[in-house]
Write a protein that binds this ligand. Structure first.
Ligand code: 5AD
Ligand code: SF4
Ligand code: FES
Length: 359
């Protein structure tokens, strides 16, 4: 206990100290959460920003070992929203004062895809008089593609590193040129160079993952000086190769607690970044996202994908809100966020204060 109090008084943490914080239980963990909640209130305030999440397609060229929509999973019905469906969803976000949207989909490369995203970005800007902010989350692309999309109006990009440890990275991805760890690192640097607010993150509770890996992940984010983070518990999916290793996993509840501790420690380490409350938290705990908002997260991504597609964007089992429509999630989240002691930052982009400070 005394030790944790001592660590929490510091301005930066060593690897060993992060591991200690990650191991904290009971009162020690409560001290950690109190410190991170205080940091949040002081540096970003108790305001939660909405990013309407449009999961526009589950067609993916990659084959990540953990992901339910990997190209090798033949049991998934593939879908691709029409441009109109995507723009209608963006319109819903705009009319409901969400401030911004996230376009997320499987990773596809090529001119047709690049052009499509470019046109959608123009369309979203047009329907909202330039007022809707847009975050992209469509994987690794070349610098030129990132630049084109930035010029078309996207200003934030999410690309999780998944694990910053190269060895672990190749245990959860095929070891081939389409899943290169170096290329992922280059992509993150290119995003910064192209002008984006850059978000990354990891999965927590992966097979073979240790507290040392997770401590290194937090140090990696600090060293990369990221602007935003989205990280959540790993949840096994039956139609993926990592399913074979499920017996060695931490129990779900422990993965959930570890994810909360990761968020809390990162909030203290990188005080004014944006931290998303990952949907995967709610796959484990019915009020999991609210718990994360209480102790440090300040971003939530209400699903605004048209209801009939939601069940097919199943990265992991037990994904919440697959039977709901956009309006259901809106009402539900309003109540939940007030419960967590936060206000909703309607009509605001809610940009990363960390990014603003750097520029
Ligand atoms: N459990 C938790 N998160 C997952 N993701 C993909 N598969 C899973 C899973 N089985 C996450 C990855 C990816 C994000 C879009 O979803 O971190 O970056
Ligand atoms: Fe494709 Fe992303 Fe799933 Fe990997 S994690 S298979 S890139 S959707
Ligand atoms: Fe989707 Fe509660 S957030 S139904």
């Amino acid at each position: 206990m005394d030790n944790i109090t001592h660590i929490l008084k510091k301005n930066s943490f060593t690897h060993a100290e992060i591991v200690q914080l990650l191991s904290s239980e009971k009162e020690a963990r409560s001290l950690l959460f109190a410190a991170s909640a205080e940091t949040k209130e002081k540096y970003v305030g108790n305001v939660v920003y909405f990013r309407g999440l449009i999961e526009f397609s589950n067609i993916c060229s990659k084959n990540c070992y953990y992901c339910g929509i990997r190209s090798g999973n033949k049991k998934t019905n593939r879908y691709n929203l029409t441009d109109k469906e995507i723009l209608d969803a963006a319109k819903f976000a705009y009319e409901n004062n969400y401030g911004s949207v996230v376009l997320q989909g499987g990773e596809i490369e090529g001119e047709a895809f690049t052009l499509r995203i470019e046109k959608l970005l123009h369309g979203i800007k047009e329907l909202s008089d330039g007022r809707l902010g847009v975050t992209l989350s469509v994987g690794e692309q070349s610098f030129d593609v990132y630049k084109r999309w930035f010029n078309a109006g996207a200003h934030r990009y999410l690309l999780r590193i998944e694990s910053s440890n190269k060895e672990l990275y190749y245990k959860i991805h095929p070891n081939d040129s389409t899943h290169s760890f170096e290329r992922r690192m280059t992509a993150l640097r290119n995003l910064r160079e192209a002008g984006y607010q850059v978000g990354t993150g990891v999965m927590i509770g992966l097979p073979f993952q240790t507290l040392d890996h997770l401590a290194d992940d937090l140090i990696f984010m600090k060293e990369m000086d990221i602007d935003m983070c989205g990280m959540g518990p790993y949840i096994e999916h039956a139609d993926t190769p990592l399913w074979d290793f499920r017996d060695g996993l931490l129990p779900l509840e422990e993965r959930f607690n570890l994810a909360l501790k990761m968020i809390a420690i990162l909030r203290i380490m990188m005080k004014n970044i944006n931290i998303a409350s990952a949907t995967a938290l709610q796959a484990i705990d019915p009020i999991g996202r609210e718990k994360a908002l209480k102790i440090g997260a300040n971003i939530i991504m209400p699903n605004i994908t048209p209801g009939m597609y939601r069940d097919e964007y199943k990265l992991y089992e037990n994904k919440p809100c697959t039977d709901e429509e956009a309006a259901d999630c809106k009402n539900c989240l309003e109540a939940r966020i007030h419960m967590s002691g936060n206000k909703i930052g309607y009509n605001e982009w809610g940009d990363s204060a960390h990014f603003k400070e750097r520029n």
